[in-house]
Design a binder for this molecule. Structure first.
Ligand SMILES: NC(=O)c1ccc[n+]([C@@H]2O[C@H](COP(=O)([O-])OP(=O)(O)OC[C@H]3O[C@@H](n4cnc5c(N)ncnc54)[C@H](OP(=O)(O)O)[C@@H]3O)[C@@H](O)[C@H]2O)c1
Length: 254
């Protein structure tokens, strides 16, 4: 396999760390995060990499980082919009600023990166944008209103972008996992109660990473996991009222 240039946001841990761990060593990695020293330390064993510190909620910084990557590498083959966070709270418990930050990181940064890099990929005539959304962007649940909204936005945007980029041989995939055992829950669910209650279908980050690696460079529309939640999503579309009832009564884990 020839060298691919892969850009990953939110590279400092979780799913991203597992993806990076399992990628072939010849790939050229551009690892974005909020703390460059942390990235350099975590990935000191990786040779073909550039670690960049960036505030992805700063639109000017996004433009500059993409220019920098194109100057250095001349192309991006795969973009993984992975940075994101959640907070599981009742709908009236959020401050305005919390909501705005979640949209800025989860939705707007993903949208801006995808647009800016998508245009360059279209000019190149190839590329793959992988947007890490969530099962929460397919099935809404109580105490996840804002997080779900940010991920529904990512999926809606990605579904449209896929249509616009298809003729340029640029693929757009959404990855929609259920709960994964990462530090995501330190903020989303500080008590640990939710993660405990969904233990039976929670995923290991290594498994999710390997599934993502398998579809890199392939024209895959969406990657939904685990199987049980992917199936639940099909039922959610077919029987929305019954699904809402079940989500409120039997499957209200938060
Ligand atoms: N864990 C789950 O259950 C689960 C399920 C479905 C989808 N997801 C999605 O998967 C993606 C990766 O999550 P993960 O599970 O790997 O969690 P994680 O271990 O907490 O990693 C999330 C990454 O996002 C970045 N990030 C978090 N808050 C940020 C902020 N305010 N500004 C900029 N960057 C921020 C962090 O990178 P830096 O500190 O380097 O900036 C961090 O490395 C997220 O988009 C998440 O929504 C997670």
């Amino acid at each position: 396999m020839s060298q691919r240039i892969i850009v990953i946001t939110g590279a400092s841990g979780g799913i991203a760390e597992e993806i990076i761990k399992h990628l072939p060593s010849q790939d050229g990695l551009v690892l974005l995060g909020r703390d460059r020293a942390k990235l350099e330390d975590l990935y000191r064993h990786i040779e073909n990499k550039t670690c960049i510190e960036i505030d992805i909620t700063n639109n000017q910084a996004l433009q500059s980082v993409i220019d920098q990557i194109y100057q250095q590498y001349g192309r991006i083959d795969i973009l993984i919009n992975n940075a994101g966070f959640g907070e599981f709270k009742a709908y009236d418990d959020y401050a305005f600023e919390d909501i705005e930050e979640m949209f800025a990181v989860n939705s707007l940064a993903t949208i801006h990166f995808s647009r800016l890099v998508g245009k360059r990929m279209a000019e190149q005539g190839h590329g793959h944008i992988i947007n890490i959304a969530s099962m929460a962007g397919l099935i809404a649940s109580a105490k996840s209103s804002i997080y779900s909204a940010t991920k529904f936005a990512v999926i809606g945007f990605s579904n449209a972008l896929r249509l616009e980029l298809a003729d340029h041989k640029v693929y757009v995939t959404t990855v929609n996992p259920g709960p994964i055992e990462t530090h995501f829950f330190d903020k989303a669910d500080p008590s640990g109660d939710y993660l405990k209650s969904v233990e039976k279908f929670s995923l290991k980050p290594e498994y999710v990473a390997k599934r993502i690696i398998k579809i890199m460079g392939k024209n895959k529309r969406e990657l939904n996991m685990p199987f049980a939640l992917a199936a639940a999503h099909k039922l959610y579309i077919l029987f929305p009222r019954i699904s809402d009832y079940m989500a409120r009564k039997a499957f209200n884990y938060k």
